[in-house]
Design a protein around this ligand. Structure first.
Ligand SMILES: CC(=O)N[C@@H](CCC[C@H](N)C(=O)O)C(=O)O
Length: 330
């Protein structure tokens, strides 16, 4: 076994007995700025930070598979990719481009993500698009503050930004083909100082999701056009920053079919997935290397990015078995 560190990530290479190729299995390892409220005795010891998106689960499964393969290697080489920064700003792209990763000459790659809504014992995937294209979205409005009693001599950025939040949804309803789809969500709004001062600045923080890179470009173009209109209407300056962008997760067909056969032989239920507006920078690996991603049922009453996400631990064994089944079958 060969271990190579890469920034805060790791590559672990298990040499095959008679290698014809190298199969890679990727797990993300980072967490989210959420205060854990699961009540578990093994809750996060880092105040204000927890996994909340299953990356602890993903890692544990990778370690379980690694434990088995270190004792019983298969014919092919298996590379374990422990990848940082999936939640942002994105570790996949720089890790993929690294000389360390390139030196392994990976032929096929796969990964999983927990699915709180699926029962334990079920996995789910589909050929083609599984996860969306994403772009973070940060919009700054700069106007002119002043006394709340004299709005006419100010440039009120609370009014400009809040109108923008509602109006931007018309890009989805009026500019996107109804048979296509997109999401613009604002998760954070910051503005103002006290109740009787007109806010000079406002900041919107959100994300854009689309089913194609082309629709992503269209939404960004329309947003920028709307910003120029708002600059004229509200006599202000508006700046946009798209932060981290993730390429869609697009699964290669033969591998999804092979995975279905492999897991069904193990008594695991396979469900055909629908495409989802979640994002995953694993899409960058799949852009360069054939492979796929799948959902693993963990039956949690609380969803991804929730402080009480509680995946059922029985799903760990299912995850390890599903990954091993694929490695043996492919
Ligand atoms: C599986 C999952 O929840 N992934 C995240 C990826 C974040 C992408 C980026 N930071 C953004 O918000 O656009 C997701 O939110 O889907």
């Amino acid at each position: 076994m060969q271990i190579t560190t890469w920034h805060t990530g790791l590559f672990v290479f298990v040499k095959g007995k008679q290698p014809r190729r190298t199969i890679a299995y990727r797990t993300d390892i980072d967490g989210l700025p959420i205060q854990e409220q699961t009540g578990y005795s093994f809750s996060s010891t880092h105040a204000g930070n927890m996994h909340a998106c299953g990356h602890d689960f993903h890692m544990t499964i990778a370690l379980g598979v690694l434990h088995t393969l270190s004792k019983h290697p298969v014919d092919d080489n298996v590379l374990f990719v422990f990848q940082p920064a999936e939640e942002g700003p994105g570790g996949a792209q720089p890790m993929l481009a690294s000389k360390e990763f390139q030196s392994f000459h990976v032929d096929m790659i796969f990964a999983l993500h927990i699915a709180p809504e699926l029962p334990v014992g079920t996995v789910s995937s589909k050929e083609g698009l599984l996860f969306a294209n994403t772009s973070e979205l940060f919009i700054d409005f700069i106007g002119q503050g002043g006394h709340a009693a004299y709005p006419h001599v100010t440039k009120d950025m609370v009014v400009a930004a809040s109108t923008f939040v509602t109006q931007m949804q018309q890009i989805i309803s009026r500019k996107i083909d109804p048979l296509d789809s997109g999401v613009i969500s604002i998760g954070k709004v910051t503005s103002g100082t006290v109740q009787n001062i007109i806010a000079e600045q406002a900041r919107l923080e959100g994300t854009i999701r689309t089913l194609s890179p082309e629709t992503m470009q269209l939404i960004k173009k329309e947003l920028e056009q709307m910003m120029r209109g708002f600059e004229l209407t509200y006599d202000c300056s508006i700046k946009v920053d798209y932060g981290a962008n993730y390429y869609q997760v697009y699964n290669t067909k033969p591998y999804v079919d092979q995975f279905q056969q492999a897991v069904q032989k193990e008594g695991i239920t396979f469900q055909t997935a629908s495409q989802a507006m979640t994002g995953e920078d694993f899409g960058y690996f799949l852009k360069e290397i054939p492979g796929f991603m799948f959902w693993l049922g963990v039956d949690s009453p609380y969803g991804l990015h929730h402080s009480q996400l509680t995946p059922k631990e029985d799903a760990l064994t299912v995850g390890v078995n599903a990954v091993l089944a694929m490695i043996h079958h492919v």
